[in-house]
Design a protein around this ligand. Sequence first.
Ligand SMILES: [Cu+2]
Length: 301
Amino acid sequence: MTADSRTNRQVALITAVALALYVLVRLLPTGSNLNHMDFRTEGKGAIEFCDPANPQFIPVVAVRSPVVVALQTDREPARDQPVKFTLRLATASGKPIAPADLLVAHTRKLHLLIVDPTLNDYQHVHPEPGRRAGEWEFTLTPQRAGLYRVFADFTPAATQRGLYASVDFTVPGAVATVVREPNTTAQLAGFNFELVTPPRFRAGKVADLKFRIESPGREKLPVPLQPIMDAFAHLVAFDEARSGFAHLHPNESDLTKPPDAKRPELTFKVTIPAPGRYAIWAQVNLDGHEVFVPFWVDVMP
Ligand SMILES: [Cu+2]
């Protein structure tokens, strides 16, 4: 045997072993009994998957979701009272969607973005698996009255792509009319927050946003900004009709490189398809405390 043919045989052997390992790994069960067909929607209006590189507004309510969400409460929801919810997550054909069927995304398997009709009470909740498969439990204290909307954000192991669904519940009482003017600054938790939007924020165009935090006063103290759910900040935009949401993460995604401590600034990209007024809620972690900051932004035609 020549040296050449020996090398060829070794290369062939290594390739065969690598191929066999690849096939083996692909055949290993994911732990989920669901497959991609369980998350398929037929015909027009199927939900669009989100491209994390270019976050879009996701029209959750208008499109047909391949999953069904239902809510149950331990008693009638009431303003300023903690309510225990059981959320049931199932495929369109009724198969329960349990923890094994979902991948961890941003440190959690299931994110709920919950907002009241005036967009003034936004809460981000992570339910825990309940007693039965497909049941997820969480506690929420609604701060307002009216028809609350719950957007569920999760990633089935079978499709490995973000999927969305929504469900509503009512908090009895009169819905306060709140007229909000565009507002891109806020003072909260002892800090000043600012959302810098393009001078002409237009629908259908990619927009660059900047989010800044600083201490008040002339002497700038360090901002104790820490990562939360694998990001230095999360921005969630809702339209007034709550037809869906956009969930944005900073371009500065490397958590080992924190932004400037005295004036942290994070940049975001978003495309909002329709003009109108939007609430953009920022969620950050300041020294271990979760802070939610609302901004109000007009998007032009
Ligand atoms: Cu997020």
